[in-house]
Design a protein around this ligand. Structure first.
Ligand code: GTP
Ligand code: MG
Length: 196
């Protein structure tokens, strides 16, 4: 599947204000700066669609983009950004949790993981929380253009070993780069298959 047309719909902090139709949606979540907005732009073939930044904490709202008039891509704020106040971190967390638990349109959450670094407690705990709440998700390793393929394989192996300490099986996963477009076809096919 190639995306033909994507348009920005709405940004907000409140799930009650998200689009009210029943179209399926796919949201992207993960630590600040992991590459959520960049990956959405890569999938959509539009570098200016979602705002990106080299500084963490860029996306602060729930952003809906409508794809080919039939489904939504959703860009979410990152978690785990240390430089915001405790108060605003809690507000973010509440917003993300409400969205994930209460948004009926949400079909699958893509949890982005930086492929360059060892497993982080915050990501592991977040995925456990998804599991406890029976939220369907898949894993997306990002920025693979920054690694040699043997290093990438090594890192994935380490991550999967860690996951198997608490999961019966490895979730569906993708290895991606918003720079080179690696993994893009696979993610779009996966979404197309679910939408069918
Ligand atoms: P927040 O909105 O702050 O939570 O961040 P985000 O997860 O949306 O990250 P964003 O897409 O803004 O990207 C963060 C930085 O990583 C930017 O400088 C991007 O250019 C860079 N980046 C994102 N994806 C890739 C990638 O696949 N490869 C490389 N080399 N850089 C990437
Ligand atoms: Mg962002």
């Amino acid at each position: 599947m190639e995306i033909k047309q994507v348009e920005f719909v709405i940004s907000n902090t409140n799930i009650a204000k998200c689009p009210q139709d029943k179209k399926p949606e796919y949201a992207f979540i993960g630590r600040s700066n992991v590459g959520k907005s960049s990956l959405i732009n890569c999938l959509a073939n539009n570098k200016k669609l979602a705002h990106t930044s080299s500084k963490p904490g860029k996306t602060q709202l729930i952003n809906h983009f409508i794809v080919d008039e039939t489904w939504y891509l959703v860009d979410l704020p990152g978690y785990g950004y240390a430089k915001v106040s405790k108060n605003s971190r809690q507000k973010f967390q509440k917003m993300i949790e409400d969205y994930i638990l209460e948004r009926p349109n949400l079909i699958n959450l893509f949890v982005l993981i930086d492929s360059r670094i060892p497993p982080q407690q915050i990501d592991l705990e977040f995925m456990e929380w998804l599991g406890e709440n029976q939220v369907p998700f898949s894993m997306v390793y990002t920025k693979i253009d920054k690694l040699k393929s043997n290093q990438l394989n090594k890192n994935l192996h380490t991550y999967h070993k860690k996951m198997l300490e608490s999961w019966a099986e490895i979730p569906v996963y993708f290895a991606t780069s918003a720079e080179t477009g690696a993994g893009k076809t696979e993610i779009l096919s996966y979404i197309a298959e679910i939408n069918r």
